[in-house]
Write a protein that binds this ligand. Sequence first.
Ligand code: ADP
Ligand code: MG
Length: 313
Amino acid sequence: KESVARICSGQVITDLGTAVKELVENSIDAGATHVEVKLREFGLDLIEVSDNGSGVPPHNYEGLALKYHTSKLTEFNDLKSIASFGFRGEALSSLCELAGSFVVTTRTADQAVGVKLTYNRAGKLVSKDTVPRPPGTTVSIGKLFSPLPVRQGEFKRNIKKQYNRLLRVLQGYALICVGVRLTVTNTMPGKQPSRLIATQRNARLEDNVANRRITGLVSKAGEGVGRSDTERQFTFLNGRPVELPKVTRVLNEVWRQYEMKNKPAAIVNVQLPPGDFDVNVTPDKREVFVTGEAALLEALKAALHELWSPSRY
Ligand code: ADP
Ligand code: MG
C-alpha cells in the first residue's frame, strides 16, 4: 500500500517502557475500559497486557504480527484525522521479533469463545487454539530481547531504572486516559504479585463561566480512591500548582452526597483572566484571592453534581 511506504519506520521497541507503552496504547485504541499490566521479574521473564477492548477479529489473525499490519488506517490521508495512538503497524511485529515467545489470546464481543494465537519471530501465525476467555485481548511477551543476547544483557543490567521509568509513564496514562481503569502488578519468583498502580476511571470535569473556566479530571461516581485527599487531589490556577482549599472543599462536599466512604481523586485547573485573582494574599503565595469566587464555586458544584449524580448512568 502506498500509505505504508510513506510512513517512516523507526525502532519502536527500545526498552521495557516502550514495549509496555505500545501494548497499553493498543488496548486503549481498542476501546478498553480496563487495562491490566502484569510483569514477571520486572518484565524480564514476562510482560503481559490484558484488556476488555474490542478483541481481534478473525480476518486479522494472520497479519497481526506482520510489519506494517494495522487496522487503524486505510488511506494516507487518514493520518491527518487519526485519533488513535497507533497507526504504523510496527509495534507487534517488532515485539514479536525481539521476544522469546509471543502469544495473543483474544475474543470479540460476538464470538462465543476465545482463541489463542502463537506467532514465530517472523510474525507468522504458527498455532491457533480455542480457549475460554471474556471479550478482549491479552498479549503475552516472554523473555524480551532474548534473541539478541547483547541487548538482553543490557536490558537486565538496567532493569530497575527501566522499571521505574515505566511506572512513571503508566502513572501519566492513568491520570490522563479518561474512562480507563489501569492496574499494574509485578511478580517475583516464589512471591505473591505486588500491586504497583491501581487507578479508577476518571471523568472529565468542565465548566465555563464567562471566560473563566474550570477543567480537570475527577474520579467517577462510586470509584473514590481512599480516605486521604491531599495525596490524590491537585489544584492549579492557570496551570500553576496552588492551594485552592475552597475548591477542594466543594469537591469533597459534593462527593460526600453520593458516597460516604473514600475521597475522589482530582486534578482541577481553574483558568481565570489575569485581573481576576491575586496571589499575594499570603506570604508564601500559595493561597489565592479570586474575584467572584462564590459564583465560581457554585458553578463547580453544579458541574460536579451533574457529573456524579446517579441519573447520569
Ligand atoms: P498499530 O497499533 O500501529 O496499528 P500494532 O503493531 O501496535 O500496530 O498493532 C497491529 C494491529 O493489531 C492493530 O492495528 C490492531 O488491529 C491489532 N491489535 C493490537 N493490539 C490489540 C488489542 N489490544 N486489541 C485489539 N486489537 C489489537
Ligand atoms: Mg499500536
